[in-house]
Design a protein around this ligand. Structure first.
Ligand SMILES: N[C@@H](CCC(=O)N[C@@H](CS)C(=O)NCC(=O)O)C(=O)O
Length: 197
């Protein structure tokens, strides 16, 4: 399999960590892909031109981190996606929340790179609100030590905030989340895949 990836994308990192945790990373060739390069060929694997995209050995491709993570977990008969029941809906909801925060944070980062006269402070504030409300929701719920697609996604969005928005210091107003993250983020799979430019 070939994973179209970038070293900065939190969505790619979900897939990368899950592949390590389920023992499949050796079956995956990592293909660094610049989403801004029109000649990267990414569109052959994802018509939305986004990473991650996973090219399978039969010539087909899967895209969107949610789909790829569930596929890899199913291949390995893993436990990142709990079976039907309360644990499943909690894990999927946390993944949805973390993914939404990632979307907002990634868009803010792109906005900040535009020339100043093309930026919209109102639009940026709307995206920032999604992140701050997401952090408040996570602070309000007890996150346990279990490793599933929900807790994995939450750890990854927090690391992304550290990577791109260090000065916002999310820990200051979210002490419980900070304690949880400190323990959880030490996993070797997370340490090995920290985002970098
Ligand atoms: N919902 C998608 C989001 C993927 C995504 O937004 N990837 C970003 C990188 S962090 C991307 O490729 N952006 C390029 C673009 O939007 O053109 C997923 O979960 O995989």
């Amino acid at each position: 399999m070939k994973l179209r990836y970038s070293t900065t994308s939190p969505f790619v990192r979900k897939v990368h960590v899950l592949a390590i945790e389920t023992g499949q990373i050796d079956k995956i060739e990592l293909v660094k892909t610049n989403t801004e390069d029109p000649n990267s060929g990414l569109n052959q694997h994802n018509p939305l031109n986004k990473v991650p995209a996973l090219a399978l050995d039969d010539g087909s491709a899967l895209y969107d981190s949610r789909v790829i993570c569930e596929y890899l977990d199913a291949q390995a008969k893993g436990s990142f996606f709990p079976p039907n029941g309360a644990a499943r809906w909690t894990a999927l909801k946390r993944q949805a929340l973390a993914d939404g925060m990632m979307d907002a944070a990634v868009l803010r980062m792109f906005e900040s790179r535009k020339p100043e006269n093309q930026r919209s402070p109102e639009w940026d504030a709307r995206q920032k609100l999604k992140v701050t409300q997401g952090l408040a929701a996570l602070e309000a719920e007890p996150l346990g030590p279990q490793l599933d697609i929900g807790t994995l996604s939450v750890a990854i969005v927090l690391d992304y905030l550290d990577f791109r928005f260090k000065t916002d210091d999310w820990r200051a107003k979210h002490p419980k989340l900070a304690v949880w993250h400190k323990t959880f983020a030490g996993r070797p799979s997370l340490q090995k895949t920290l985002p970098h430019d």
